[in-house]
Each structure stands twice: as structure tokens, then as C-alpha cells.
Design a protein around this ligand. Structure first.
Ligand SMILES: [Zn+2]
Length: 483
């Protein structure tokens, strides 16, 4: 029986299915094998007319797909493919293409669609429990589509020696960094749960802590942001060995660009040149008036930030005061003397000042809020400058979950080697070499092997144990050997 035929099940999906069809519509002839997704769309269209329910279902499907699952856990669970099976199946899909792959597997009755989903990192969702197997076709179709869109790992780079030689020979390295490169300094990732900041936000009655970085809410009530700003304000200029490593790449003439998601500006303190540094989410280095766009060094509003007091724009205040005398004349146009005017304005001055300040524009630190565009330099640098030059990509200390920074690796030429350094593996990108563990430990060990001297007070002469992870050809764990 061909997939999608003779099923009574009404698939609960709409938007993702349409997406998949759009992607494949250029090649209609290819849509013969697994077209459950298309069937799903057709049936959906025929019974359409509702709306809100479908929307709920859509988000449910998206959730299933977007959940960043622990792959080891999926492959270890009952009825799932083992890691080895999953790797072999993915390889086979790329080799023979979608149609033949489906013919060889599900259509040949060798494996169920439910089980095959797990080969693509999809855990069968609870709402399909007990459903016939073709209920899993749409999900499988999406998983296959997602797999085929991924950049394919380059087969020639696998070992730590490969990593060392890439560092040695590359001349234009893009380094993509996230919160993980600052955690060794005790700087928490303020967007992750469990930090003091988040419980404080709960006290403020925010339903989603990210609201504090919502630009429309900031315009409405800047005091919310200012009440917590002191907790996310970088308190130190001390940088980590990983920052020093990026600086070392720059000193060796190998750093093309450091794209960082961090707003702590520690790259700047480590000496990364401004022209080589793109702070994708902005930084606390400067602040801008939301009304007149007057820009100041953040030091100028530092005390307001520390005190949790909304900082107002000096330029706006000055302008208001220039206009003010006119208003005053109007107010005292009953022929009062200049002397009286002066005295009156002197008496009123305290109130006036408060009033002036209250209507002046609010200063916003130049970190990028939700709903704001990323700095224009981000796109310009990436597309117009880096894309044709880059010869190695190093992703350090970020799980690449926040768009559009997460899209950087997808924009670059696919034959450029990509290496990953972080605590946790990143399952939605196939890097050529994964190095897992403490970032500082890994870059220190890499430098030792390349023969570079990484100077930093936190760098110690530890012996590091590097182990290939079970079931992988290019994923290593780095651990300091306890003496
Ligand atoms: Zn202003």
C-alpha cells in the first residue's frame, strides 16, 4: 500500500505541509513517493474553512519539529532507531534521494514511518499515540525535508589533527561566539532560566521574561527595563581565555570577523579590533535617545543604570529649555516685570527641571531588543565582505538557537569547513568536527597542539583528555585530567 492511501486519519497539519510543497514545487515529477505531506495539504484544503483550531495544531507540529531533542536519548528509547541505524539511514537518503529512500524503507515494509521519524531526530509526539502508521507520514516528510536542506558534513575533516591543521593553514576565520565564552567569568546567560534576573522578572509580573527586551514595551514603560538593567550590566572588563584565543587569531592575521551574540563587550576589552567585531545584539558600550537619536557613551548613564532610574536625554532636555522662555513669557503676559519673572522662574525651577526631564527622550543602551533590526553592519559584513573570503568557521559557546545569528552558518559556502566548540552538542547543524567541553579548556588544548602560546592568567598547564565519543567519527569530549 502506498503511503497516504486508504487512511481514515485526518492529518492535523497545514502550514508546515504547505511549506514543504512550496520547497518541492519546482520539481513536481519528484513528488511521487512519499507524498503524505501533500495529501495532508489536499485533505486539509478540502475540509478547510475552519481556522483557529488548525492554527493550534500547526504550532503543535512546529513544536515537535523544533524541539531541540537530546539525540542520544531519542536513539536510546524503545522502538527508536539506534544511533548507528540513524546515521546509516541518513547517509542512504542523501545517496539515493527521497523517492527511492521511501520505496526502500517504509514502502518495502522494512521499517515503520514512526520508527523512521526517530532517524531524523523526531520523537513520536504524544498526540499520535496509538494512531496507524501512516499518521506519521507528514511528520516523516518534514523530517526528510529538513535533513535534505542541511549542509552536508565535509567527509575529509574528522580528527583533532584535522582541526589543528585547519587552524594552521586558514587565513580568514569567522568566529561565531555566544554566552558560553563568558560563563567561566561568572557572567550568567541572562536569557536562560534559573538566573536571579529571571525570578526578579517574575516579581515584576511579566508573563515572559523576554518582555523586558521588547522594544514596544520599552517605549511604553522604560522603567521595567531600568529596574533590572543593573543585573545585566557588564560589571567587569575581565575577559576569558577564549576571548584571548580570538585575539590570538587576530594577532596571527587569521581573524576575518568575530560575530558575537554577547552584549558584554568583552571582545572589545580583549582587543578585537572594531572593524573585525560585529556585536550582533549590540552592546552596552553606547546608548541612544529613542526620540532624537542622540548617542552617548554608556558611562554617561552608568549611574542611572546602576540606580535603576530611567535615564533621560541631555540633548532633549537642552532643547526643551531653549524653547521654555517663550512659554514663560506667555504665562506671565499680564505685564509683570522682568525681575518678577526671574524670581518666579527661580522659584519654579525645581518643578520645571523635573518636568523638563520627564518629557525628554529616554536613553536606551544600544543592545538589540526584540522587535528591533539587527545592526546593519551584521548583514553588510556577512554578505558583502565575508562570504567570499572565509576559509574556516569556528562556532564557540553558542547553541545557535537565536535567529538570525543562527542563520550565519547556512549563508556561507558549504565547502568551507565548520568546527564547533561548546559544552553541549548542537543537533540541528552538521559541523565537520565537534569539540565538546569547557571552551577555555578546548581552545587552550588546541593552541598547545598547534604550537601557539595562549597567554592568559586563567590558562594552566593541565593535561587534557580528548576522547572520541561512541558512535561518532568526528565528535570529541575534552576533559581536564584531575591530578
Ligand atoms: Zn533626545
Amino acid at each position: 500500500m502506498a503511503p497516504g492511501e486508504g487512511t481514515k486519519w485526518e492529518p492535523p497539519l497545514k502550514a508546515p505541509a504547505i511549506e514543504i510543497i512550496d520547497l518541492e514545487s519546482e520539481d513536481e515529477s519528484a513528488n511521487k513517493g512519499l507524498n503524505a505531506a501533500e495529501d495532508a495539504k489536499d485533505r486539509d484544503a478540502s475540509t478547510d474553512g475552519s481556522g483557529s483550531e488548525d492554527d493550534n495544531e500547526d504550532s503543535l507540529w512546529e513544536e515537535v519539529l523544533n524541539e531541540d531533542e537530546d539525540q542520544a536519548e531519542i536513539h536510546g528509547s524503545d522502538g527508536a532507531c539506534t544511533l548507528e541505524e540513524a546515521q546509516a539511514l541518513r547517509k542512504r537518503l542523501r545517496l539515493v534521494g527521497e523517492d527511492r529512500f521511501i520505496a526502500e524503507t517504509v514502502e518495502a515494509g522494512i521499517i515503520t514511518a514512526k520508527k523512521l521519524c526517530t532517524a531524523f531526530g523526531i520523537r513520536p509526539p504524544f498526540f499520535l499515540d496509538g494512531q496507524p502508521d501512516d499518521a506519521f507520514y507528514p511528520l516523516l516528510g518534514l523530517g526528510i525535508c529538513r535533513e535534505l536542506q542541511k549542509r552536508v558534513k565535509l567527509p575529509q575533516y574528522n580528527t583533532i589533527d584535522d582541526a589543528v591543521s585547519l587552524l594552521n593553514k586558514s587565513k580568514n576565520i569567522i568566529v561565531l561566539t555566544g554566552a558560553g565564552i563568558s560563563t567561566s567569568l561568572g557572567i550568567p546567560d541572562f536569557r536562560s532560566k534559573g538566573t536571579g534576573l529571571y525570578s526578579q522578572l517574575e516579581n515584576l509580573g511579566l508573563s515572559d521574561p523576554q518582555e523586558v527586551f521588547d522594544i514596544s514595551l520599552f517605549r511604553e514603560d522604560p522603567s521595567i527595563f531600568y529596574s533590572v538593567a543593573k543585573d545585566i550590566l557588564p560589571s567587569s572588563t575581565k575577559f576569558s581565555p577564549t576571548h584571548a584565543f580570538i585575539r590570538l587569531l587576530q594577532d596571527k592575521g587569521k581573524l576575518l570577523t568575530n560575530f558575537t551574540q554577547n552584549i558584554d563587550n568583552l571582545e572589545g576589552h580583549a582587543g578585537i579590533l572594531p572593524e573585525k567585531l560585529i556585536q550582533c545584539h549590540g552592546s552596552f558600550a553606547t546608548a541612544t535617545c529613542i526620540e532624537c537619536k542622540y548617542k552617548v557613551d554608556c558611562q554617561k548613564i552608568y549611574y542611572d543604570l546602576k540606580a535603576g532610574k530611567v535615564a533621560r536625554c541631555d540633548q532633549c532636555i537642552r532643547k526643551i529649555r531653549e524653547v521654555k522662555p517663550g512659554f514663560k513669557r506667555k504665562r506671565s503676559s499680564n505685564g509683570s516685570t522682568g525681575a518678577r519673572k526671574k524670581r518666579q522662574s527661580y522659584e519654579d525651577s525645581t518643578d520645571d527641571e523635573d518636568e523638563d526631564i520627564a518629557v525628554a527622550g529616554v536613553m536606551k543602551p544600544d543592545i538589540t531588543f526584540f522587535g528591533e533590526d539587527l545592526p546593519k553592519r551584521f548583514h553588510d559584513r556577512l554578505i558583502d565582505h565575508d562570504r567570499d573570503k572565509v576559509d574556516l568557521v569556528l562556532v564557540i559557546g553558542t547553541s545557535l538557537k537565536v535567529a538570525p545569528v543562527s542563520e550565519v552558518v547556512g549563508v556561507l559556502p558549504r565547502d568551507v569547513p565548520q568546527m564547533y566548540i561548546s559544552r553541549e552538542p548542537c543537533s540541528h547543524v552538521d559541523f565537520d568536527i565537534d569539540m565538546l567541553g569547557d571552551c577555555d579548556t578546548i581552545v587552550t588544548e588546541l593552541c598547545r597542539r598547534v604550537g601557539w602560546e595562549l597567554q592568559h592568567e586563567m590558562v594552566r598547564e593541565d593535561k587534557v583528555d580528548v576522547k572520541l565519543q561512541d558512535g561518532y567519527d568526528s565528535r570529541y569530549s575534552f576533559q581536564i585530567v584531575q591530578a
